[in-house]
Design a protein around this ligand. Structure first.
Ligand code: ATP
Ligand code: ATP
Ligand code: MG
Ligand code: MG
Ligand code: MG
Ligand code: MG
Length: 278
């Protein structure tokens, strides 16, 4: 259709390049998963199989797109982080978000039967929304990741207490809600322990901390690793050379991709894996 009289309509397209030199986070979130839980009988508060499907889909996305440096997932959401120097799809937001969402969704549906062999998917099939946000500094990006993991902790503590009151304590939903209204974290821990002998800290890490997907290289001892910027590093151009980028991409696509349930709020995780944000 090149050079046809219709071609002017291209001018209606708006550019949506994301700000360069910023960390791009694409977060996907399951559509109406509250209904999904009921339809496929998710165990409450945490269905391990459903989390495994999410993690398998996320791992496939990270494998497919070596430009992703790290991903973090909890509940029906996953956040994918692109390095600030990354120029994938010329950093066009709609291309980035739609590619991540469709790759994630396709893999979610593909992986489902492996974890739910007795509950085949029916219509409407699972779908996800997505958005892209740019974070200008490592501190902002770390705070974003911390925000999601803190959210995981707060929700999971509440849900664990709520469902214990319902499933083990025989309360109905309203009574459980009322019991927990206005309680602090310490109160919920106390309710779990005194009424149900549940030590929250012994709950599985995947429930308490969510899941982190990243490329696994050799760990660095933070005590000997010099993270201070040298004059050389400061003098380097912001954009890496093309061959350097290609080499990095090759190295990344060969590395083992792991799913862990680590604390990503404290420095230790990042200090021991300097390649993730370098
Ligand atoms: P929306 O379309 O607006 O995102 P939603 O129903 O998906 O609506 P969310 O805020 O995304 O709402 O919440 C997801 C719901 O699915 C929560 O209630 C959460 O507890 C539940 N959920 C997600 N994953 C699991 C799981 N593995 N086990 C049990 N419940 C889950
Ligand atoms: P991009 O990721 O940038 O979209 P692409 O390889 O998908 O790259 P397109 O411009 O979208 O490039 O072109 C799609 C290609 O797939 C074309 O070469 C088109 O001829 C081919 N194609 C698509 N559908 C069919 C089909 N049904 N039969 C044969 N060829 C097809
Ligand atoms: Mg939502
Ligand atoms: Mg949702
Ligand atoms: Mg959600
Ligand atoms: Mg195409």
């Amino acid at each position: 259709m090149a050079n046809s009289k219709f071609e002017y309509v291209r001018e209606f397209e708006r550019p949506d390049y994301l700000l360069r030199n910023t960390w791009i986070v694409v977060r996907v979130d399951g559509r109406a998963f509250t209904k999904m839980c009921a339809r496929y009988g998710f165990e409450k508060p945490n269905d391990r199989r459903a989390l495994d499907v999410m993690n398998a889909a996320a791992k496939a996305v990270v494998t497919d797109l070596p430009e992703i440096t790290i991903a973090y997932g909890v509940s029906d959401e996953y956040s994918f982080v692109f390095h600030k120097s990354c120029n994938i799809f010329e950093r066009r937001a709609s291309k980035l978000v739609s590619t991540i969402v469709s790759t994630f969704t396709a893999n979610y549906v593909h992986c489902w039967p492996g974890f739910f062999p007795d509950a085949p998917l029916s219509f409407p099939l699972p779908s996800f929304d997505g958005r892209a946000v740019c974070y200008p500094s490592i501190q902002n990006l770390r705070d974003y990741m911390s925000w999601r993991q803190a959210d995981c902790h707060i929700n999971n503590l509440y849900n664990t207490a709520f469902w214990s009151l319902v499933q083990l304590g025989g309360l109905d939903n309203k009574e459980a809600e009322k019991t927990l209204a206005g309680t602090l974290a310490a109160d919920k821990n106390e309710i779990l322990f005194s009424r149900f002998k549940i030590n929250y800290n012994n709950e599985p890490e995947i429930f308490r901390k969510g899941s982190v997907v990243f490329r696994d290289y050799e760990l660095v001892d933070p005590a000997t690793h010099n993270t201070a910027e040298t004059m050389d590093a400061l003098a380097e151009p912001v954009q890496q050379s093309k061959t350097q980028n290609e080499n990095d991409k090759k190295r990344r696509s060969k590395a083992r991709i792991v799913v862990e349930h680590f604390d990503i709020i404290r420095d230790d995780f990042w200090d021991r894996r300097p390649w993730i944000l370098s």
